[in-house]
Design a protein around this ligand. Sequence first.
Ligand code: ADP
Length: 192
Amino acid sequence: MLNIVIFGAPGSGKGTQSERIVEKYGINHISTGDVLRAEIKAGTELGKTAKGYIDQGQLLPDELIIDILASTLDGLKDSKGVIFDGFPRTIAQADALKKMLAERKQAVTVMLDLEVPEDELMKRLILRGQQSGRADDNEETIRKRLTVYHSQTAPLIDWYKQEGLYTHINGLGELERITEDICKAIDQAYNK
Ligand code: ADP
């Protein structure tokens, strides 16, 4: 089983790189952001709740997103592994993921931290907002999401360093080079 946590600030390229990794390794992709946007689109109660947080650039409460993650994970059959994209985003979520995988006799194989300078993140997200119309990709909400990233999510870097699972990836530059760096890190961790 290959369980990859792809980590990074909003706009760091987690989604794009996840799609490439899914193709190469034949694993499943769980993007909590995509799960929530699908709920919003379907007009469910969960979607309504999620929209309130997302539009404010805030994180959903840990208990709620942990439940969503657990049921998404349970929905996978005959999986060769998972790339977790957008989860965990807090220490409580990282603890929960560790427990959830341990209950399934599994563990995180590697955590990939896609690092991109802040001015580049802003540029990418503003452009994405113009192209895709994602409601949370407007300047005000982007700034809030980056603040939330620094205060609530970035502490996971030290958490994963302590677990011995942390790998830094330079997320600035050619898409293909970044994918190659990621694959090298995955192969190295998997063969350890
Ligand atoms: P980003 O491009 O900001 O990384 P995502 O698509 O991963 O965006 O997530 C969009 C929004 O969904 C977040 O700003 C947050 O409100 C909510 N969300 C996604 N994943 C989580 C999570 N693990 N915990 C709490 N909220 C989450």
